[in-house]
Design a protein around this ligand. Structure first.
Ligand SMILES: Cc1ncc(C[n+]2csc(CCOP(=O)(O)OP(=O)(O)O)c2C)c(N)n1
Ligand code: SF4
Ligand SMILES: [Mg+2]
Length: 298
């Protein structure tokens, strides 16, 4: 795959829908995320063979199988390093990482700062349901303090992580949040994230209807969500974005927190540039073999 792709063409969301029927619990928020994703991809207009989905393990990590794009349902917590490798090796692919809060901020939490600072051009969508869904309702890193789960029978004693604030602090160029309770808004932030040149993060409040709290369900989202645009937020203002992101867990802000108006060069572009610079100086294959054949080695 080369870095130059043919121009995009008008596409339909159904072109991204695979024949696999999702096996999520009826009412799971991930259904809405998947629909928003199909619509966003149609808006971007790249055909499925130019897109790669990478996920870890979890209910949310089933996403790649439900699309017609390339997909890798990989190892719990390891989606980001795999996705970075795919993008660097195949710069022409549009790479999207999808997974859960446990996958991304717990076991995979060590990869997040490095993926952000490296700034490989990919989109990271986290379906944040504040619980380990697939393994039947244990505490996750975003579970609120006091939450009763199978692993916190008397209520969680831990402060949750704040994913929005983390990625902003690590230096991400695009940070947004959405909920399936607002499908147009969710579709729009996903499409904008995909279009952003660099590491783009979308935290989706995607309710787990089976193990999640009542106040984390779509009905509550509809009642409490606040569009950042309606608050007059300037998404070029990183410090203001951090101040708003500090309300994670208290307020449900939707939309773009931060979009770097001057996106930094991506790691994958820098790799290509370095390769081009070094190519003329590279030793020819025959010369390398000659050196190795010399008695005593090179
Ligand atoms: C190395 C490893 N450790 C633990 C697990 C078990 N495991 C599978 S999914 C998961 C957590 C899922 O939670 P989350 O990432 O939030 O996804 P959700 O199911 O909520 O969408 C765990 C602990 C595993 N598969 N591999
Ligand atoms: S357990 Fe929760 S996250 Fe998993 S499919 Fe069911 S509702 Fe969705
Ligand atoms: Mg989860």
């Amino acid at each position: 795959m080369t870095a130059t792709l043919p121009p995009s063409r008008p596409m339909e969301p159904k072109e991204f829908k695979s024949d696999l029927k999702p096996i999520w619990c009826p009412g799971c928020g991930d259904f809405g995320v998947l629909q928003a994703l199909y619509r966003a991809l149609a808006g971007v207009g790249r055909p499925p063979q130019e897109i790669a989905f990478v996920s870890g393990i979890g209910c949310s990590s089933r996403i790649p199988g439900y699309t017609t794009a390339y997909g890798f349902n990989s190892v719990h917590g390891r989606a980001l390093p795999i996705a970075q490798g795919i993008k660097i090796a195949n710069p022409g692919l549009l790479v999207i990482v999808a997974g859960g809060d446990g996958d991304g901020f717990s076991i995979g939490g060590g990869h997040l700062p490095h993926a952000v600072r490296r700034n490989v051009d990919l989109t990271y969508i986290v379906m944040d349901n504040q619980i380990y869904g697939l393994t039947k309702g244990q505490l996750s890193p975003t579970s609120p303090r006091g939450l009763h789960t199978v692993t916190s029978g008397y209520g969680s004693m831990e402060e949750p992580v704040n994913p929005l604030l983390y990625v902003l602090a690590y230096g991400a160029g695009f940070v947004a949040q959405g909920t399936p309770a607002d499908m147009p808004g969710l579709t729009s932030v996903i499409e904008e994230a995909i279009r952003f040149p660099g590491f783009a993060f979308v935290n989706v409040q995607s309710p787990c209807v089976t193990f999640g709290e009542e106040e984390q369900q779509l009905k509550a989202h509809r009642a409490h969500m606040k569009a950042l645009a309606s608050l007059g937020h300037d998404d070029a203002d990183r410090l203001k974005a951090m101040a708003l992101a500090s309300d994670y867990g208290k307020e449900l802000y939707t939309g773009v927190f931060y979009r770097n108006p001057e996106p930094a060069p991506t790691y994958d572009a820098l790799v290509r540039q370095r390769q081009a610079e070094l190519q003329p100086k590279a030793l020819r294959r025959e010369r390398i073999l000659e050196l190795f054949r010399k008695p005593g080695g090179p």
